[in-house]
Design a protein around this ligand. Structure first.
Ligand SMILES: Nc1ncnc2c1ncn2[C@@H]1O[C@H](COP(=O)(O)OP(=O)(O)OP(=O)(O)O)[C@@H](O)[C@H]1O
Length: 465
């Protein structure tokens, strides 16, 4: 997670300082984590540490503020030389020349893939079938991709997947590539955007390297071409692509194309290409339903080893309804916001985290929100608060929880009672007890005030733990 936060911070920093400064000071920094709301950065030596404190602290705090941190904190640690050498580079490592397997590190499986060509765009290791959530919106495209992966060149050729931005077309294409490269390590797989195909063609013409260009594209076993709608209006590229297509097709090599619209709607696409695109199977991906969006968020949260309550995921899923890339971005915002402010995940926190980007949502506080916040505050499990224990350590939090539920939600005494498996007179007693203590017992007074702020979406500036 700290890596994601750091990537966002770097994006902000880069816009505010010179490239030289950036490379001198920021590129070597390693994010070490978020501890009690403070972003901990690893720097090479104490000189760098001092320099950061003097010159860049404010900038870093501004960056965190832009991500929703209310009281941003940054701290530095000098990395021991050995550890420094062992740290992963900030940029992703180049593809390894092996066929990887699902990594054993838990979380979302990843793969590394053979890179047979110099300029070849590597397949994204995250885009594998195992990480693709199937729902009614994409099950046909998923099934067709799987069929193609199992019998390349035989099932459907070409496979044409279309749909709006950020709905998983590239993910599915890469998944076929991974699947094939794992089962048939010798097969050649080429993934290319239509834009790169066009640029390669232009370069090949300019540098008189058409033979290499043709060899490259016509010798593959699987050709994946993204955003084929960009062929529209490019006659020379269409001509070349037509021949590439024919060469591969005749040799029973698999072709998968993605587009934001079906072939018939791609204007100024040559008829002979359009009809070829329609030879195989045309399948679409629609926007995901609510349940699919929640499932995707859940998988992403697990990937980051974050235990995010279901109702928080549901709130995010309600906020972002179409683009899955945006859905994932929203989740990251919530995670960054909660960790930088050192607060547990709750619906009000999520609503606050997203309020700058999306239309603010009215969030009604629910009984479960209160229970969770109280449990976190007193550091005991929520089940213990709802349980039958009578020791002070659980009775006080239980009374506080009942009190806050009554204050912050519209629930009646009997409803609160049944949530705790008790009758309404117990709730009444609890509320009276807390009212009596407020003002007298400073610990409880502070806890109640803090919990109220937290549950009402971090109103005000004071956030501490
Ligand atoms: N069904 C799904 N399950 C899990 N993750 C998904 C799913 N669909 C899409 N995603 C994720 O959403 C993000 C966007 O997907 P992808 O890049 O494949 O979209 P796209 O349709 O190719 O968009 P574009 O038209 O912008 O290229 C990726 O991170 C991808 O992993």
């Amino acid at each position: 997670m700290s890596q994601e936060i750091w990537t966002d911070v770097l994006g902000y920093v880069r816009k505010n300082i010179s490239e030289v400064e950036y490379h001198t000071w920021f590129a070597p920094v390693r994010p070490l984590g978020v501890q009690q709301g403070s972003l901990v950065l690893g720097v090479r030596n104490s000189f760098a540490q001092e320099w950061f404190r003097k010159h860049y602290l404010e900038l870093l705090e501004d960056a965190l503020r832009s991500m929703g941190a209310q009281a941003p904190q940054v701290s530095f640690q000098v990395l021991p030389a050995v550890q420094d050498a062992m740290m992963l580079p900030a940029d992703p490592p180049p593809p390894r020349l092996t066929n990887g397997r699902a990594s054993g590190r838990g979380g979302m499986p990843e793969r590394t893939v053979v890179a047979p060509f110099e300029n070849r765009k590597a397949l994204n290791p995250k885009y594998i079938f195992e990480n693709f959530v199937v729902g009614p919106n994409n099950n046909l495209a998923h099934a067709a991709s799987l069929a193609v992966a199992e019998s390349p060149g035989k099932a459907y050729n070409p496979l044409f997947i279309y749909g709006d931005v950020g709905l998983g077309k590239t993910h599915l294409m890469h998944a076929v590539g991974h699947y094939m490269s794992e089962r048939y390590p010798d097969k050649r797989i080429e993934y290319v955007s239509t834009e790169s195909f066009t640029n390669d063609l232009i370069n090949a013409i300019r540098e008189d390297k058409m033979t290499q260009f043709r060899n490259r594209y016509r010798s593959v076993d699987l050709l994946l071409v993204d955003d084929i709608q960009f062929l529209a209006g490019k006659e020379r590229t269409q001509e070349e692509f037509f021949h590439t297509f024919n060469a591969l097709y005749e040799n029973h090599k698999q072709i998968i194309l993605s587009s934001d619209r079906p072939p018939k709607d791609i204007q100024t696409l040559e008829g002979r290409l359009r009809s070829r695109f329609e030879w195989g199977l045309i399948t679409d991906i629609q926007s995901p339903e609510f349940e699919t969006r929640v499932a995707i968020l859940k998988m992403n949260a697990e990937h980051h080893r974050m235990n995010i309550p279901q109702d928080v995921l549901e709130l995010i899923a309600r906020q972002v309804t179409s683009n899955i890339r945006e859905l994932e971005g929203a989740l990251m915002r919530v995670v960054a916001f909660a960790s930088l402010n050192n607060v547990p995940f709750s619906r009000p926190v999520a609503a606050k985290a997203l309020s700058n980007v999306f239309a603010p949502q009215e969030v009604k506080v629910e009984m479960a929100d209160v229970l969770r916040a109280v449990a976190a505050q007193y550091n005991i499990p929520p089940e213990a608060i709802r349980g039958s224990g009578r020791v002070r350590e659980v009775v006080t939090p239980r009374q506080v929880a009942m009190f806050l539920i009554r204050e912050l939600t519209g629930h009646s005494l009997p409803e609160i009672g049944s949530f705790f498996g008790r009758d309404h007179s117990t709730v009444m007693h609890a509320i009276a007890k807390v009212n009596d203590q407020l003002g007298k017992d400073s610990e409880m007074t502070e806890a109640v005030a803090f919990l109220k702020r937290r549950l009402q979406g971090l109103e005000g500036e004071e956030i501490s733990s």
